[in-house]
Design a protein around this ligand. Structure first.
Ligand code: SF4
Length: 432
């Protein structure tokens, strides 16, 4: 036996007396039942505001998010679960705040149903003017609504490419059938439902179901498919295009070929500056860890600038899975620039004598108990841009964190041809 309602008995709908949202809610419930839909076949996605309660008032899947962004969540849900009937409820407040997302959804034509419950004001927050408030209305936010032209949602949606658009009243007899048509339409359907907010709007403005009907009768009648916008639904079109693409190459794989010098979790922090190839060195170290069959993570931190500003990479190599990828107890700190060291200055005081600190030329270190190894990279004829990679060669020479076999495997995975040869030649200067 089909259920007689999908409304939530444990959270009965409650709006201000006479609120049009209640009637829309019950029409939507009827539409679902008439279509034979069960709760598990529906996902209600609600925006913020009084219409934002629709998701809790139904026994369906549900999502409630940030103001104006409901369509973005709905799109993700529909793409992941295309069998769901995804219905989005939004007020005229959310319409104004998230209009860019409405336009994007119209252009995209994903199979969603958008119900905009238009009661001409922000009801929940005190009756401020919204994107659809008429110029002549009296609202709680002063005169500003007299200056902005109210948004014509059906015209906007049709112009933006929505293939099904409807402007209707909460009080018209065929609202349930209209909602059924919108829900069953295979593509993006937009239904603007005009209604009354007695809690706020009608305290200052005279508006009745009859006046709404007259007002809508004076506007362009729109309810149904927009002939010029008919096309394949986005999810289907996406599947078709994706299937026609060449197969993606397999991700880079590294077969474990040796053992790491230490069989315990090792954390390395590379403190450098933009232009020193810190991130690249971090990648090489992570690849070296993979070559030894370890789990590896890399967490990078850098400014938006190029050639100046700190650049930092936290590396973790571990025989155990890595949960958080920030270094917390480093075994090695590589200090290659003043900027990088300054950014992590506070961490030096906690370094114990077991921590190896590689110190590049000209870099001053904050006080710590770490074991400092000053590197004469300049004497080796190595440019600052290669100090990070050269530091890995130093560690490999010392069999700390990585060994020579791991380093070579990582370099060969990361670089090719002339670049590989040049990097190997540079690092050979460290070995000599
Ligand atoms: S404030 Fe307006 S929209 Fe909100 S519940 Fe009350 S009448 Fe309905």
């Amino acid at each position: 036996m089909p259920e007689k309602t999908l409304l939530n008995h444990s959270r009965p709908p409650i709006f201000c007396p006479g609120c049009s949202h209640d009637q829309v809610l019950r029409s939507l419930d009827k539409a679902f039942l008439n279509l034979g839909l069960a709760g598990h076949q529906i996902c209600m996605v609600s925006d913020i505001g009084c219409s934002g309660f629709f998701d809790v008032f139904f026994n369906t899947h549900a999502m409630h998010g940030v103001h104006g962004r409901a369509l973005t969540y709905a799109a993700g849900i529909k793409l992941c679960q295309p069998e769901l009937n995804v219905v989005v409820t939004m007020g005229d407040g959310g319409l104004g705040i998230g209009a860019a997302h409405v336009i994007a959804a119209c252009r995209r034509n994903l199979d969603l149903t958008l119900l905009v419950l238009n009661n001409y004001n922000f009801g929940m927050t005190g009756g401020q003017y919204s994107a659809t408030t008429p110029n002549e209305a009296v609202v709680g936010s002063g005169f500003l609504n007299k200056l902005d032209k109210p948004l014509d949602l059906p015209a906007l949606a049709a112009a933006a490419g929505a293939p099904f658009v409807c402007r209707c009243s909460t009080y018209q007899k065929d609202l349930t059938e209209t909602l059924e048509r919108a829900i069953t339409y295979k593509g993006f359907s937009v239904v603007e439902i005009h209604g009354i907010c007695p809690g706020r709007f009608t305290k200052r403005n005279k508006i009745t179901p009859q006046s709404i009907a007259q007002d809508l009768a004076a506007k362009e009648q729109v309810c149904g498919e927009v002939a010029a916008n008919q096309r394949q639904e986005y999810g289907l079109a996406y599947g078709r295009e994706a299937a026609a693409q060449p197969a993606l190459p397999r991700p880079l794989g590294i077969e474990p070929l040796c053992q790491a010098p230490q069989q315990t979790r090792q954390e390395v922090v590379i403190l450098g500056a933009a232009g020193q190839r810190i991130i690249t060195a971090g990648e090489v170290l992570a690849l070296a860890g993979l070559a030894a069959g370890l789990h590896a993570s890399q967490k990078n931190e850098y400014n938006v600038t190029v050639l100046r500003g700190p650049s930092i990479s936290d590396l973790i190599l571990s025989p155990e899975p890595i949960a958080y990828n920030g270094a917390q107890r480093p075994s090695v700190v590589i200090a290659l620039s003043h900027e990088g060291v300054e950014r992590r200055r506070g961490g030096f005081a906690g370094l114990g004598p077991e921590v190896l600190i590689l110190q590049a030329p000209g870099v001053e270190l904050p006080p710590s108990a770490g074991r400092v190894l000053a590197m004469d990279f300049k004497g080796m004829g190595i440019k600052a841009a290669d100090w990070a990679l050269a530091s890995l060669a130093v560690l490999a020479r010392q069999n700390q964190v990585l060994n020579q076999q791991m380093l070579v495997a990582a370099l060969e995975a990361r670089f090719q041809d002339k670049t590989l040869a040049a990097v190997k030649e540079t690092l050979a200067r460290v070995a000599s």
